[in-house]
Design a protein around this ligand. Sequence first.
Ligand SMILES: *[C@@H]1O[C@H](CO)[C@@H](O)[C@H](O)[C@H]1NC(C)=O
Ligand SMILES: *[C@@H]1O[C@H](CO)[C@@H](O)[C@H](O)[C@H]1NC(C)=O
Ligand SMILES: *[C@@H]1O[C@H](CO)[C@@H](O)[C@H](O)[C@H]1NC(C)=O
Ligand SMILES: *[C@@H]1O[C@H](CO)[C@@H](O)[C@H](O)[C@H]1NC(C)=O
Ligand SMILES: *[C@@H]1O[C@H](CO)[C@@H](O)[C@H](O)[C@H]1NC(C)=O
Ligand SMILES: *[C@@H]1O[C@H](CO)[C@@H](O)[C@H](O)[C@H]1NC(C)=O
Ligand SMILES: *[C@@H]1O[C@H](CO)[C@@H](O)[C@H](O)[C@H]1NC(C)=O
Ligand SMILES: *[C@@H]1O[C@H](CO)[C@@H](O)[C@H](O)[C@H]1NC(C)=O
Ligand SMILES: *[C@@H]1O[C@H](CO)[C@@H](O)[C@H](O)[C@H]1NC(C)=O
Length: 645
Amino acid sequence: MGLLLILMTISHSALAFHSVTSSWTAQSQPLLGRAVDNSSLLRCLQVTPPVLRPDNLCQQTLMVHTFAFSYGQPFVGNYYPPPCDFNRVALEFTVTSAGRQFDRLAVMYLDDIEIFRTSTAEPTANGIIWTYTKDVSAYSTLFNARHKIVFDLGNLIDDIYTGTWNTTLVATFFKADNTLDPADVIIPISAHKSAANKASAFIVPESKAIDSLQLPKNTKKAVFSISACGQSAEEFWWSNVLSSDTRVFGNDTTLYGHSPFRELQLLIDGNLAGVAWPFPVIFTGGIVPGFWRPLVGIDTFDLKEDEIDISPFIPLVNDGYAHTFEIRVVGIDDDDNGIGHLTENIESNWVVTGKVFIWIESGTNLTTGTLPVISSPPPVLRLQSTTKKHVNGTIDSLKYAIHVSRQISVESTIMFPTGLKTLSWKQNLEFSNSGTLSNQGNDQIMRQITSGTSTSSSGYTRSFEYPLWVVSSYNAPSGGNITIDGRLGRGKNVKQLGELAFLNEWRTFDLNRLPSAPQNLSFIGSSTKNWQNGTASYLSVPALKKSYGSGNTEQLFALSGINERAESVVQGPADETRVSDEISEELYQRCIIAGNDTIVHDKERFGGQHNQRGLLNLLSHNSPVVSVPEYANSWVKAVLGRGPN
Ligand SMILES: *[C@@H]1O[C@H](CO)[C@@H](O)[C@H](O)[C@H]1NC(C)=O
Ligand SMILES: *[C@@H]1O[C@H](CO)[C@@H](O)[C@H](O)[C@H]1NC(C)=O
Ligand SMILES: *[C@@H]1O[C@H](CO)[C@@H](O)[C@H](O)[C@H]1NC(C)=O
Ligand SMILES: *[C@@H]1O[C@H](CO)[C@@H](O)[C@H](O)[C@H]1NC(C)=O
Ligand SMILES: *[C@@H]1O[C@H](CO)[C@@H](O)[C@H](O)[C@H]1NC(C)=O
Ligand SMILES: *[C@@H]1O[C@H](CO)[C@@H](O)[C@H](O)[C@H]1NC(C)=O
Ligand SMILES: *[C@@H]1O[C@H](CO)[C@@H](O)[C@H](O)[C@H]1NC(C)=O
Ligand SMILES: *[C@@H]1O[C@H](CO)[C@@H](O)[C@H](O)[C@H]1NC(C)=O
Ligand SMILES: *[C@@H]1O[C@H](CO)[C@@H](O)[C@H](O)[C@H]1NC(C)=O
């Protein structure tokens, strides 16, 4: 995705000490329609709970396509609804690739509406294969009608980058769980380019992610979803420094600025309706590629969307006129004195789309109510940075720390046929990031945590925690060799009660895999804990046209269903306190360790103990004691580059 990744890609094609120029044996069979010998291909995977997808006859192959040189040339096909009755849809995306190639971003659309955002593993000379299954039942209303399929996977082929992507996309339609309530109408906030057979994402900040929509007058519930990820110079946004510090190591070493904080904002007619603080997705070429093969990063094959309940805005937007919806990606610029402000002036770029999911109240013509009361004071920012100098006056290291907190609340009262109801959306978010750069910026230690809770009056509550720490060291001594050493730990822990547009995680889990699952097993929510940590290094020896990589990564994943809220009264010394807690049931757990292209340990467990009061405690995100080896003084990131700039 950037120049750094080009070099990293070379490294990885040569993993296990093969020459980077080795070619692969061509296969003559087509990918689909007959058995392909995939036994020699390295199987890559993203750890996720198995998704319910029964083997049934109601399947459609939506795409069989090879992406070779495919920039600006998405696959375009037609979708026709299947001849079967369904309330669930699962996509199965299978990819093979051999040769040398970057990691690539891919987005699938039905017309102008984004359905699925994924990215690729990096191939080996001998070839890789992966399959990812994704539940897309939230889009049932779209799958019931005819659409154009646009699948955009921009790839480059030349003398060096030889890997093409052989892909198949199969949809399975089935019936399960009659308590689902998918949206009646889905309206995109996108660049609307499907008519020209193009992808409809906005590229921000080059273009504004803004659209004008008209909502049905009898909308009773509306949910906004944001899909956005940083690319090129914004790919590693979480490792950026304060804008006032970008030249701290001198003018030859420009660090990326606008701080390591990013916020995705939704504005409706210019009013802030809610925000999403993004999960730091790391692609398979990220930091050191050796971390990510064959085990890819959290969400790498399935970039998730954040949701905002915009139902309190219904009285503002259902007047039959068009209203503007805008998604902004902001960072922080500062004055070098600890004072900062949010800015849309970030580096290039973010790939952004949005959607409004709408539920209709039949039997009425107009939903009425009070205009939303919005409380969204600017976030509270705390910014710090200090430098340490050598005795001769040059900078030894830069230390920085950023803390952001924000509270948002939107409320309105709506007249439903059943009576007046107060609708609300509340967010309480916290972010902190601290780091040290030394050795002319070649060594970095950073630690970040994003956490928060978003609550809707509909009963939806999502609490999340995204910890991340990275230690990286770049070195390019004279002679041309380049090395990168990295260690990292990261997690994504989410507890969600209820649901907005997308199905709660427990619903998409294949409950049939449980040893004894009652047919009607049902939960009010779910909790997922996901943790990855690893060590990886990379060496490039341009003189020999060779490069080498190694890496060890381990991952722990656990999914629990939350049965009910249990309220108990605890008798304290002074008073009695009401404690609200959930009773949860473990559904799935996986512990996996990969080392140098091989899975060396893999344990899965379906079902498990009944965990009362709080969830499993098996996952911790304690960081190890961090020490950084000393390297020479050259500015390797400048040599490698991190993007097109
Ligand atoms: C991709 O498909 C082409 C054409 O069918 C085939 O020659 C090639 O071997 C396939 N590559 C992989 C890695 O499966
Ligand atoms: C690999 O090949 C086997 C045997 O032909 C087949 O059963 C399996 O589905 C294939 N796997 C993928 C991911 O295509
Ligand atoms: C770095 O560049 C800035 C702006 O161009 C200039 O003011 C400054 O003197 C330069 N510093 C050095 C050490 O060259
Ligand atoms: C909706 O509007 C139509 C046409 O104006 C009217 O006939 C109908 O009674 C209205 N329905 C309701 C439930 O108000
Ligand atoms: C300043 O001191 C540091 C640490 O001793 C050394 O690495 C660096 O080369 C020195 N720089 C200059 C310009 O003398
Ligand atoms: C580059 O790395 C290779 C492999 O470790 C080593 O043999 C060679 O001496 C290194 N070259 C230089 C100039 O350091
Ligand atoms: C779920 O299944 C159990 C056992 O079969 C039954 O007793 C219970 O009534 C069912 N609950 C619902 C909501 O259908
Ligand atoms: C992951 O972290 C644990 C705990 O600090 C450590 O023991 C383990 O070696 C790490 N694994 C890898 C692959 O770095
Ligand atoms: C992977 O290779 C590195 C470097 O050769 C080595 O230190 C590490 O132990 C290897 N890991 C496994 C799991 O074999």
